[in-house]
Design a protein around this ligand. Structure first.
Ligand code: ADP
Ligand code: MG
Length: 236
């Protein structure tokens, strides 16, 4: 396996993505290069149709670039087959979505333990409870999603994303289904995970509150990066 140099978490070189619809080609990503270090918190923003979802699918190893190179944590993922992509997704990436995507018939503990495919029952449960404690939900583990508020459900989803100790948290509109007060609480949790635990986080978002807490904001337009801004640290 090739290694990238230094602390690079993500190294993307001249990536393009072209969708083919019959005879029509749509160039969703038109040559993007981006390096993100371990421990960074970055917001990816841009108008609808600018290529954010296409780019996130590549970052999240859900899709491959049409051309160009993508290294994640030293692994050359650009050319991996579907099985290898599934493996790297499981080992390296925790996903957080706008819709929480929890299984309704399972308790919070069981939802959080889902990605632990190799651990035995007792240690799965223990790790799930410990991870729920990290997101401030230590006492709510036995409840099912329907018995939890939106903000609590998103915390469960964040715990599920964290349980395999991923190299990267990838959060797609994580505040999109929450009112602004609860959204701000969830953003404080992301900020704590970043500040205290050094977790690398990439947001894809329309929410100005998300980009406001992100020390780095990358803006897409027409499938290209038009700005990459590093700010001084700000509070929520
Ligand atoms: P955003 O998430 O910023 O709204 P997308 O990545 O979804 O942008 O879309 C970028 C461009 O690629 C748009 O023109 C969109 O219509 C097109 N596109 C996205 N996904 C597909 C697909 N699966 N097949 C064909 N075209 C697509
Ligand atoms: Mg999109």
């Amino acid at each position: 396996m090739m290694q990238t140099s230094g602390q690079a978490l993500i190294q993307i070189d001249q990536v393009t993505k072209t969708y083919r619809l019959g005879k029509v080609e749509v160039q969703a990503i038109r040559g993007v290069s981006l390096a993100i270090n371990k421990g960074e918190m970055v917001a990816i923003v841009g108008a609808s149709g600018s290529g954010k979802s296409s780019f996130m699918n590549i970052l999240g190893c859900l899709d491959r670039p049409t051309t160009g190179k993508y290294f994640l944590d030293g692994h050359d993922v650009g050319k991996m087959n579907d099985n290898a992509l599934a493996g790297i997704r499981r080992d390296k990436i925790g996903f957080v979505f706008q819709q929480f995507n929890l299984l309704q018939r399972m308790s919070a503990i069981d939802n959080v333990a889902l990605p632990l495919v190799y651990a035995n029952g007792k240690s799965r449960r223990q790790r799930a409870i410990q991870t729920l404690e990290r997101v401030g939900l230590g006492k709510r583990g036995k409840h099912r999603p329907v018995e939890l508020s939106g903000g609590e459900q998103q915390r469960v989803a964040i715990a599920r994303a964290l349980i395999n100790n991923p190299s990267l948290l990838l959060a797609d509109e994580p505040t999109g289904n929450l009112d602004s007060r609860v959204g701000a609480e969830i953003l404080r949790l992301f900020q704590e995970l970043h500040d205290k635990e050094g977790i690398s986080i990439i947001f894809v978002t329309h929410d100005p509150a998300v980009s406001a807490i992100s020390p780095r904001v990358v803006t897409f337009k027409d499938g290209m990066i038009i700005s990459d801004e590093v700010k001084r640290k700000v509070a929520v």
